[in-house]
Write a protein that binds this ligand. Structure first.
Ligand SMILES: [Zn+2]
Length: 203
C-alpha cells in the first residue's frame, strides 16, 4: 500500500467553501455568528479524521525485534479503540479492534499494531475492508504463522439515521494462516478474548 495522495487535492479555501455549501443545504446561514469559524474547524477536524491517507501502514511495521527467545505463542492486542468514518454516509464508525498474530521470527512493538489500526481507520471505510486491510498488512510485513483481526463497531449511519437502531454493533473478522486453518489455535484466541480484562481488574 502506498501513500494515497488524493488526486487534485483542493485547497483549504475550497474545502471551507464546500462546508459552507453543506451548511446552507442543511438550512443554515453560514454567516451567522456562531458558524463563522465552523468551516475552518471542520477542515481541521478532517485533517485529523482522515490523517490515515498520509500514513504508510507497512512502514509502521518495518522495525521489528528478532530476539524473542523462541516465543511462539499468540500475541494479542485487544480492545483497541477504533474511530473511523463510513464511506457511504461520512458519519462515524466507533468500536474496538482486537489484533492477534502468531510470530514466526519477528515481533513488533505492540503500539505499532494499534497505529496500523489507526492508519486504516482514519480514512473513509467500510468495516469489512478495514478488517481485511489491517490483517493483510500485518501478514505481508511480518510474515507470521497467522493473523486474526476482529472488529466490533457501531455505525452511526445505522444508529442516528436510516433505520435508527442504537445498540446494534457489527462484528467482522479476518483470519489468516493458522487462525484460519487450525481450529485449536482459533479456539485459544477466542478463550484469550473472553478472559476478563486484566487492565480493568487492576485499574
Ligand atoms: Zn453508512
Amino acid at each position: 500500500m502506498t501513500k494515497t495522495a488524493a488526486p487534485l487535492r483542493p485547497s483549504r479555501e475550497e474545502a471551507e467553501e464546500a462546508i459552507k455549501v453543506l451548511l446552507r443545504w442543511a438550512g443554515e446561514d453560514p454567516n451567522r455568528e456562531g458558524l463563522l469559524d465552523t468551516p475552518s474547524r471542520v477542515a481541521r477536524s478532517y485533517e485529523e479524521f482522515y490523517e490515515g491517507y498520509a500514513i504508510n501502514p507497512e512502514e509502521l511495521l518495518e522495525r521489528t525485534f528478532s530476539e524473542v527467545d523462541d516465543y511462539d505463542e499468540i500475541v494479542l492486542l485487544r480492545d483497541i479503540r477504533l474511530e473511523s468514518h463510513c464511506e457511504h454516509h461520512m458519519v462515524p464508525i466507533i468500536g474496538r479492534a482486537h489484533v492477534a498474530y502468531l510470530p514466526r521470527k519477528r515481533v513488533v512493538g505492540i503500539s505499532k499494531l494499534a497505529r496500523v489500526v489507526d492508519a486504516y481507520a482514519r480514512r473513509f471505510q467500510i468495516q469489512e475492508r478495514l478488517t481485511a486491510q489491517i490483517a493483510n498488512t500485518i501478514d505481508k510485513v511480518l510474515e507470521p504463522h497467522g493473523v486474526a483481526v476482529i472488529i466490533e463497531a457501531g455505525h452511526q449511519c445505522m444508529t442516528t439515521r436510516g433505520v435508527h437502531r442504537p445498540g446494534v454493533s457489527m462484528v467482522t473478522s479476518r483470519m489468516l494462516g493458522v487462525f484460519r486453518d487450525n481450529s485449536d489455535t482459533r479456539r485459544e484466541l477466542m478463550s484469550m478474548l473472553n478472559r476478563p480484562n486484566i487492565g480493568e481488574l487492576s485499574a
